[in-house]
Design a binder for this molecule. Structure first.
Ligand code: PLP
Length: 437
């Protein structure tokens, strides 16, 4: 298809020196087939590939680029920080400023520690939860991704409330023997797991709006029951908001559940993506009494050479300041809603079954195999949607200059740089794609 393209020749060259040609597997387009685009540069809502073709970007580096690419205030902050030094391995004022900014926006947390990736943040939160409770077992949900720490690379086994199996070679079964994998949005399974193991569960980790099985919200009854069970059994509720934090709302998904469930808050929260604004930065946060279990104050070890990196924190701070400007989330949510509604009506007009959901600047859509299908509520239902149709749609959009996530189990992201004209161009591409398919 693109035999003499620079994307294709770069991919061929990349595969010689880098496993699969990529530094993170989903970039290789294995789920959708075809040649990944090598990105040469980006500006605002657009990416340009190695052949000079322009795309409207609905991945935004998988979430961080909430302001669009190259926002002037962020660029300036990063440039200034870079001239002052790349890394010191010593504390800086800027780390304190970023910590204060995060705590201001996340009332459930009193202290926060900065790290360099979402994987590291989730892994550290897990260790802290185990250290603080003195318990070993953890609960996660099928279809939620929390980075690639060994204990979290687990899929469901067979039967109810069963301990999981490693999803990766190189993870010994003993390492995941304490990880229970449950079905998302399944209250009965949750109750059964707590009945059987409640006193041994250190924490339950959840993506409150799952963005790694496309876009699936935890229902209110499910979240309410989850909070009750954790409290009742002394397990910590850990919100993995690496994707949803500062993205679905200024206060993250937890602010939305707190509006709906009086007094609701998670015990620990994990952040990444938007808080780095595109630089390697992530964090985990919680009440002082738990966070002070961390070294150097407490017995739970955790560290990082580049943690709180001065250039990354400058990028994150500038980003967090921009998203707090009045009307920012209202405008972002309106663009995202406009995009999703437009995609759904284009599909309806073409007689193609499509369902979708969105919150703030995050969205997802599915092609159900039957016309009357509702939104998927868990991983099995997501994976039962029409993957062939998704792949055709993905490539049709890509050919027409719209860059969607290259797998049906990934969410999409809109930035503040996406204009009404960008959304309209996207909807025109959707109509043309559906007409051609
Ligand atoms: C992206 C993501 C992670 C992992 O973050 P990395 O920075 O890629 O290590 C963890 N949890 C969730 C919910 C994510 O979306």
């Amino acid at each position: 298809m693109m035999a003499d393209s620079r994307n294709a020749s770069l991919f061929e060259r990349a595969r010689r020196s880098i496993p699969g040609g990529v530094n993170s597997p989903v970039r290789a387009f294995r789920a959708v087939g075809g040649t990944p685009r090598f990105i040469a540069r980006a500006d605002g809502a657009y990416l340009w590939d190695a052949d000079g073709k322009r795309y409207i970007d609905y991945i935004g580096s998988w979430g961080p680029m909430i302001l669009g690419h190259g926002h002037p205030a962020v660029l300036e902050a990063v440039q200034r920080a870079a001239t002052e030094g790349f890394s010191f391995g010593a504390p800086t004022e800027r780390e304190v400023e970023l910590a204060e900014e995060i705590l201001k926006l996340v009332p459930s947390a009193e202290q926060v520690r900065l790290v360099s990736s979402g994987t590291e943040a989730a892994m550290s939160a897990l260790r802290l939860a185990r250290g603080a409770t003195g318990r070993s077992k953890i609960v996660k949900f099928e279809g939620c991704y929390h980075g690639h720490a060994d204990a979290l690379l687990v899929k469901a086994g067979s039967g109810l409330a069963t301990f999981g199996h490693p999803t990766s070679a190189g993870v010994p079964p003993e390492v995941v023997q304490h990880t229970l994998v449950l079905t998302y949005n399944d209250v009965i399974g949750l109750e059964a797991a707590f009945d059987a193991h409640g006193a041994e569960i250190a924490c339950v980790m959840i993506e409150p709006i799952a963005g790694n099985m496309n876009f699936v919200r935890a229902s209110l009854p499910f979240m309410k029951r989850l909070r009750e069970l954790c409290t009742q059994h002394g397990a910590l509720l850990v919100f993995d908001e690496v994707m949803t934090g500062f993205r679905v709302a200024l206060g993250g998904a937890q602010s939305l559940y707190a509006q709906a469930i009086p007094g609701f808050k998670p015990d620990l929260s994990v952040f990444g993506k938007v808080i780095g604004g595109g630089m390697p930065l992530a964090a985990f946060a919680g009440p002082r009494a738990i966070m002070e279990q961390l070294a150097p104050l407490g017995p739970v070890y955790q560290a990082g050479t580049l943690s709180g990196n001065p250039v990354a924190t400058a990028c994150g701070l500038a980003t967090l300041r921009e998203i707090q400007k009045p009307g920012f989330f209202e405008a972002l949510a309106a663009s995202t809603r406009g995009l999703l509604d437009g995609l759904l009506s284009a599909a309806a007009a073409a007689g193609v079954p499509m369902v979708g959901d969105c919150e703030g600047g995050m969205f997802g859509f599915f092609f159900p195999k039957t016309a009357q299908a509702a939104l998927p509520q868990n991983y099995v239902e997501v994976m039962a949607t029409d993957g062939e149709r998704f792949n055709r749609y993905f490539h049709g959009m890509l050919d027409r200059g719209v860059y969607l996530a290259p797998a049906l189990y990934e969410a999409g992201f809109v930035s503040a740089a996406h204009t009404r004209a960008d959304i309209e161009a996207t909807l025109a591409a959707a109509q043309a794609t559906l007409a051609a398919a």
